[in-house]
Design a protein around this ligand. Structure first.
Ligand code: 5AD
Ligand code: SF4
Length: 465
């Protein structure tokens, strides 16, 4: 399954992106507006930033309102059924606008389109959609778009293990904190998950390319970088570096104050990585470590490659070594064959691990995955009831846990101001907890010490020191 030769998109193809984009600007771009709607995970959000980067070179400007845009593109997700249904519904709703404004161009791309059967169906069902492409064609977007501008409908979805598109432009949404992709794809084939089928094999960027991009971001004023990868800690570059090496190199970059990363897979959480988290001052004391289930039987069926004892061992090591670490997780309920006893084991691990936040999901069968073919799918009503009980359990643990922060002082990186009641500045601690405190927009972008005075739901409240 491992790849030895990582394939980069040829430099010439990236130059063509720029050239075609500039050509579009000269020919068509003046006064045109675009709207990008992104679904799913941070990786998709980042792909949307790449789309925006290319559109900006094309002379298109972003629009806040999709009803004003000349080009609307949906960057889709297929990890769970819910996201898919929303996309189909939202695209259907555009027919009326297209009837009124036939020059509007509508595109659909991303993970959901990478499933050939789905993109074929969508292209047939919605003849007013002009452009469809998958995850492997992102760097061909300007060329495909140019064809559409000349009046041709375009659909391109190629099967591929995936390449690394080094040097694609990006227009980032945030100005203080941003993400940086260090590796693409996934080799794990967890039995419920569609990602390995739509994002290709694991491939890691060269450390030098990562550091160049990070330095560029630091020069632009970014203070916080989240390193992204489907299994970020499985990073392994061609020249023999692992993820801890990436953290060491990132820690030396001037201007960057905080380094985060996600998502980590428990099977590749090495002592070296824990040491790096413990020793490197800029690496935040937070890890997102999906457990998915507390039942060893279910974990095995999920093909997760660890059991609950190993997971708890990792939690103990993290807590022992990384001061003040907070751990967040993902959990699935209602995986095929999950019994009440299995589910109780999940509740047990939630209590033991003391997560500071959990993203919880009802199992959603994904066509083509091993779990979708398993007998004994759990009835929807049981999934719903378990999700409800799991969420109550998580809320209880998180609420109790939050109490330990009261009276502590922590550094908040101020992201914004909530004006709902009185102005409340908000931002995160290094440990990923959100903190609100009285303050105005002048504080945005600053690192400030705040004393925690109370808690509510998931958040902490405090006073500026
Ligand atoms: N059903 C429900 N949840 C899923 N996830 C991934 N695939 C599925 C699925 N088929 C969840 C996992 C993963 C998160 C990103 O989405 O918990 O960690
Ligand atoms: Fe999906 Fe598992 Fe890969 Fe995560 S590690 S992307 S859950 S297959």
């Amino acid at each position: 399954m491992e790849r030895t030769n990582i394939v980069h998109v040829p430099k010439k193809a990236i130059q063509d992106v720029q050239e075609t984009a500039r050509h579009i600007k000269e020919q068509y771009g003046a006064g045109k507006k675009y709207f990008v709607e992104s679904y799913g995970c941070q990786m998709n959000d980042h792909d949307s930033e790449r789309l925006r980067g290319m559109l900006d070179i094309m002379g298109y400007t972003p629009s806040e309102n999709k009803f004003e845009a000349d080009f609307i593109i949906f960057n889709t997700c297929c990890v769970r059924e819910h996201a898919e249904k929303r996309v189909f519904g939202n695209i259907g709703a555009l027919k009326k606008i297209k009837d009124e404004r036939p020059n509007l161009i509508i595109g659909v791309c991303g993970c959901m389109m990478q499933q050939k059967a789905v993109s074929d169906r969508l292209f047939k069902r919605f003849p007013f959609v002009d452009l469809v492409f998958g995850t492997n064609e992102l760097h061909e977007f300007p060329q495909m778009f140019e064809k559409v501008l000349s009046g041709v409908r375009v659909k391109k979805v190629q099967e591929s293990d995936g390449e690394i598109p080094e040097g694609l432009p990006a227009t980032r949404i945030n100005t203080l904190s941003t993400s940086l992709v260090v590796m693409y794809g996934c080799n794990n084939f967890c039995s419920y998950c569609i990602v390995p089928y739509v994002r290709g094999r694991e491939r890691s960027r060269n450390i030098s390319d990562i550091i160049d991009e990070a330095m560029h971001l630091a020069d632009k004023g970014y203070k916080e970088i989240t390193l992204l990868g489907q299994n970020v800690n499985s990073f392994k570059s061609d020249d023999g570096h692992d993820f801890a090496d990436v953290l060491h190199a990132m820690n030396d970059i001037e201007g960057i104050r905080r380094i985060r990363f996600m998502t980590s897979h428990p099977k590749d959480l090495s002592d070296k990585l824990i040491d790096a988290m413990a020793g490197l001052e800029k690496v935040c004391n937070h890890i997102h470590l999906p457990v998915q289930s507390g039942s060893d039987r279910v974990l095995k069926l999920m093909n997760r490659k660890y059991d609950s004892a190993h997971y708890m061992h990792l939690i103990d090591e993290l807590r022992k070594n990384v001061e003040g670490i907070e751990i967040t997780t993902d959990i699935i309920v209602g995986f095929p064959t999950e019994t009440e006893e299995d589910f109780e084991a999940t509740l047990d691990i939630v209590r033991q691990a003391e997560f500071s936040a959990a993203f919880t999901f009802k199992y959603s069968p994904r066509t083509g995955t091993a779990a979708a073919r398993m007998d004994e799918q759990v009835p929807e009503i049981v999934k719903k009831e378990r999700l409800h009980r799991l969420n109550s359990c998580c809320t209880e643990i998180i609420t109790t846990n939050n109490q330990k922060h009261i009276g502590t002082i922590g550094e908040v990186f101020v992201e914004g101001v909530d004006m709902r009641d009185k102005p409340m500045a908000f931002g995160k601690l290094s440990n990923f907890k959100m903190v609100y405190f009285p303050g105005d927009k002048d504080l945005i972008g600053q690192f400030l010490n705040v004393k925690i005075t109370k808690t509510k739901h998931n958040s902490l409240f405090g006073e500026l020191l």
